[in-house]
Design a protein around this ligand. Structure first.
Ligand code: HDE
Length: 748
């Protein structure tokens, strides 16, 4: 082939052959060319049925177990067809009455193509619309056996999972690094059915009773008149709500802390929030709170970085998750439980376990590890998996049950209900991503989008027509389903119908103060700045003053700092402040963590020492980090392939910056680099320095650092002549995430 189109057709042909080995048409045979290019085509054997269209497996109405073979979900076959499998010769031209004539109504392909396209979008989630997800596996340690009989916790048992992370307030196309709570929802496809742990990265919630959920969401979403601001809490209605409903103050201070702007989904804790009730094999029950602990530690962005990223890379978290998995740096968490006695009061150390605005400090009830989660595969198709996955707090398995937490009770209604609108009918559990891997034998029938072909005539129980099937779970005490059901304790409140809450829900401030007091001075400074920013964005004076009154109940230093920033007087607390012991587990600073997947920018130019650059890259690769070579232009520079140019890099995508560049001094600039350090490199270094990131100079790169205005003696600043020595010090700095000592905090 000589024309570009013919060459392209050949390439496509080769690609198809690679993707679909054993293709019925050998290359070169009649009909093997690109459809529409060569005619006539050879007859084709029918395509194999798609995985989702094959007959239901025996004993399984929905055809479970769902296929996990990605090829079953890929495009199949080489020929383009209509939705009904008819081969197409042309999809680029509509059928017209002559080349310039009107389009004909009989063009079914045109109408089908447009009809389907017109309906490609489904309603986004009413909250948590923006998300990113991954497949993985959960392995039990066997340590939960005394608490729960759920098989998912069995020692060494591997259960497939799908995890979706999300922001809460923004629309589906909003930016990732906004200040917000993050969703952390896990679907466990256990052999006993699906268990969904639908949690957040913050252990408490805004409200105590689910009936207020629409209210808090209305307050946080954009204002109904102008529909702004998008994906933000820095506006009047949000602060109006949380200052009027002081039960929201605990969740709010977590949002204002660095937890509200995570560095990565891989570096977040997750919490089930509610207290759950678990049953063990003896039928004994305990109350349990679930915690996900990230292997990489809990880390955050700075507020300026987060804001910059919203413009420079709004997909930052989504990209980070997918890149890490693709490169083999599989994110990991340990699942842990806090366990409490299942007493009739449902209290622990004076903390109401049914109040989701309260946490239980880990120092009082240690988090006991029960299993490990590894995310090791990216979704194949965003819509089919990440968008269509439907979590539900009512998806529980024997051995794990809910409690009377009024927030959880409302969720049990809401998550089922919302899918009817979002996924268009009651059969959403038949979508491949939602299908249980355990056999399904329900008596649910028909409805929109029914894709199972149910056999039998008697979908009712008991019956005498379908051999009596299906039967109830046995009464055999060895059957886990029976045991969990029989033993689960039901708490009955006083027996009067009331719209009320217990007195234990009235304390809205002591744990907010606990959180504040548990933070380091650096973290406190960030919290104070976040309140000052957010309230500074409000217009209504009364709202700012009301929130300052709430801050006075949390801490006088916090209140005074924010009041000063707003230019308002700091009010006095209206009641004596609580005096809780700090909980060090609530702080995210002061330790070191693995550095896998960290991004290290290595700035080079033609005068960099290629051997040193190579040694640095090798060391970085060996440590599991991602060295990114940054150079004035693309191609090869200093013996390395350039990944970012000065035009495409920005500091916010890097965890550390190393300058190896020695731009030759201009003849009239003496020995100074000041004159000719590229302004984009200067900006890179300035920003990295301001965001407390490690910055380093290798060889004469140290001079370039000075030229960029970095004080050589500042914390987290390194210079070395040898790449190996430099890398060793740099890993220590990266392990601590940021060099906060660089900026002594003003708050104590
Ligand atoms: Fe949700 N929440 N929620 N929520 N939530 C939804 O369900 C709701 C709450 C959480 O990645 C919706 O399928 C009510 C707490 C996550 O698909 C909806 C109440 C926690 C996700 C809903 C709460 C969460 C949702 C929207 C108060 C942490 C995303 C679409 C009673 C423990 C799941 C959907 C995903 C999603 C209702 C409170 C976490 C409308 C009524 C507390 C992670 O059903």
């Amino acid at each position: 082939p000589t024309t570009p189109i013919a060459k392209a057709a050949d390439k496509l042909e080769e690609a198809a052959e690679r993707l679909l080995p054993g293709s019925p048409v050998p290359p070169g045979a009649p009909g093997s060319g690109t459809p529409g290019v060569e005619e006539p085509t050879a007859p084709q054997p029918p395509l194999p049925p798609k995985g989702d269209q094959s007959a239901p497996a025996p004993g399984s109405a929905t055809g479970a177990p769902a296929t996990t073979d990605p090829r079953h979900r890929a495009q199949q076959g080489r020929w383009l067809t209509t939705a009904t499998g008819v081969r197409l010769h042309d999809t680029d031209h509509s059928l017209k009455a002559g080349p310039r004539g009107p389009t004909l109504l009989q063009d079914h392909h045109l109408r089908e193509k447009l009809m389907h396209f017109d309906h490609e979008r489904i309603p986004e989630r009413v909250v948590h619309a923006r998300g990113a997800a991954a497949h993985g596996r959960f392995t039990g340690y066997g340590t939960a056996a005394s608490v729960s009989l759920a098989s998912v916790f069995d020692e060494g048992r591997e259960t497939p999972v799908f995890v979706r992370f999300s922001t809460v307030l923004g629309s589906r196309g909003s930016a990732d690094t906004v200040r917000d709570t993050r969703g952390f929802a896990t679907k466990f496809y256990t052999d006993e059915g699906v268990w969904d742990l639908v949690g957040n990265n913050i252990p408490v919630f805004f409200i105590q009773d689910g009936i207020k959920f629409p209210d808090v969401v209305h307050a946080g979403k954009p204002h109904p008149d102008r529909e702004i601001p998008q994906a933000q809490s820095a506006h009047d209605s949000f602060w109006d709500f949380v200052s009027l409903h002081t039960e929201a103050q605990h969740h709010t201070i977590w949002n204002m802390s660095d937890r509200g702007i995570p560095r990565s989904y891989r570096m977040m804790e997750g919490f089930g929030v509610h207290t759950f009730r678990c049953t063990n094999a003896e039928g004994a029950t305990s109350l349990v709170k679930f915690h996900w602990k990230p292997k990489l530690g809990v880390h955050s962005l700075t507020w300026e970085e987060a804001q910059m990223l919203n413009g420079f890379d709004p997909d930052f978290h989504r990209r980070d998750l997918a890149d890490a998995i693709e490169s083999g740096a599989f994110p990991e968490w340990e699942l842990g439980i806090q366990v409490f006695e299942d007493n009739p009061e449902q209290m622990f150390e004076g903390i109401d376990l049914l109040d989701s605005t309260k946490l239980v400090p880990e120092e009082l009830a240690p988090v006991q590890p029960i299993g490990r989660l590894v995310l090791d595969a990216n979704p194949t198709n965003y819509f089919a998996e990440t968008e269509q996955v439907a979590f539900h707090t009512g998806h529980l398995v024997p051995g794990i049950d809910g409690t009377d937490d009024p927030l959880l009770q409302a969720r049990n209604f809401s998550y089922l209900d919302t899918q009817l609108t979002r996924l268009g009918g009651p059969n959403f559990n038949q979508l491949p991503i939602n299908r249980p891997h355990a056999p399904v034998n329900d008596m649910l029938r028909d409805g929109m989008h029914q894709s199972a072909v149910h056999s039998g005539v008697a979908p009712y129980q008991p019956n005498s027509l379908d051999g009596g099937c299906p039967f109830h779970a046995t009464t055999d005490p060895d059957d886990p389903a029976t045991r969990a059901f029989v033993e689960a304790m039901v708490t009955v409140s006083e027996g009067r119908k009331v719209r009320a809450q217990p007195a234990s829900y009235d304390d809205h401030f002591s744990q907010v103060r606990l959180f504040w007091r548990s933070l380091t001075p650096t973290e406190r400074e960030h919290v104070a700045r976040a309140y000052t920013f957010e309230l500074g964005k409000c217009y209504e004076q009364a709202i700012k003053e009301r929130q300052l009154l709430a801050l006075a109940q949390i801490d006088p230093v916090l209140c005074a700092e924010v009041a000063q920033g707003l230019g308002l007087p700091a009010p006095e607390p209206t009641a004596p402040l609580a005096d809780p012991d700090p909980s060090p587990a609530l702080s995210q600073l002061g330790d070191t963590w693995p550095i896998a997947g960290r991004m290290v920018g290595i700035v080079v130019d033609d005068t960099s020492d290629a051997d040193q650059v190579a040694a640095l890259r090798t060391a970085a690769f060996e440590a599991g980090t991602v060295p990114l070579v940054v150079a004035p232009h693309g191609g090869e520079v200093a013996g390395a392939t350039v990944q970012r140019t000065f035009a495409t890099v920005r500091s916010v995508e890097l965890d550390a910056v190393v300058l190896t560049t020695v731009t030759a001094p201009a003849p009239d600039a003496g020995n100074s680099l000041l004159g000719d350090l590229d302004p984009r490199v200067r900006l890179l270094v300035e920003e990295a320095f301001r965001h407390a990131k490690p910055v380093a100079g290798l060889g004469r790169g140290g001079e370039a650092l000075l030229a960029a205005g970095v004080p050589a003696d500042a914390a987290g600043v390194l210079t070395a002549g040898d790449a190996t020595a430099l890398w060793s010090d740099l890993t220590d700095l990266l392990a601590a995430h940021r060099a906060w000592d660089r900026f002594p905090p003003s708050l104590t």
